[in-house]
Design a protein around this ligand. Structure first.
Ligand SMILES: [Zn+2]
Length: 171
């Protein structure tokens, strides 16, 4: 499904309007709703820690905010049952839904487990692009956004979404 910019903004406006009133409830609910029946980590701890090290290095070099801990990332991988957040196949690596290239921060709210195929498709594009180019269904897109918003640093990511979609002043 291809969504043009106008349609996408309309969807997001509706979405932001409906989530704004829910924010108080979100604030009080637990930050992470861990899913039951979690299997073994499919990603090696060494893979995870080397990815985090690299992301910290890149953030530092670009003067981008970074506060990612290995425990955050392990928790995130578990929440997605070791599956790629985009397509559901086995997670092989990690991804910034809003890449450091667009000066998005290196924080828990900006990390998703991914398979290598999805990562190759997405490259340095952001989550909004994944939706607007038809790589993600609307339902999965909005669900992923909500999950990111609910995490520590979610407000910063929400600000990024508003910025990249040009939603400010268009409601
Ligand atoms: Zn995938």
């Amino acid at each position: 499904m291809l969504a043009d910019r106008r349609t996408m903004i309309k969807i997001l406006n509706t979405y932001f309007a409906s989530t704004a009133s829910r924010e108080d409830i979100m604030e009080n609910s637990s930050k992470h709703q861990s899913l039951p029946g979690i299997g073994n980590m499919s990603m090696e701890r060494a893979t995870i820690s080397s990815w985090i090290r690299q992301s910290r290095y890149r953030a530092k070099r670009q003067d981008i905010y970074s506060d990612l801990e290995i425990s955050d990332v392990e928790e995130i991988i578990e929440c997605y049952k070791n599956q790629c957040a985009y397509c559901g196949s086995a997670a092989e690596t990690l991804d910034h839904p809003f890449p450091l290239k667009i000066v998005a921060p290196n924080i828990p709210a900006n990390i998703l487990p991914s398979c290598k195929d999805c990562k190759n498709i997405k490259k340095n594009n952001d989550l909004v692009w994944m939706f607007s180019s038809g790589k993600l269904e609307q339902e999965s897109y909005l669900a992923l956004l909500q999950q990111l918003f609910d995490r520590r640093g979610g407000d910063i990511i929400k600000g990024h979404v508003r910025k990249v979609t040009g939603i400010i002043g268009e409601s």
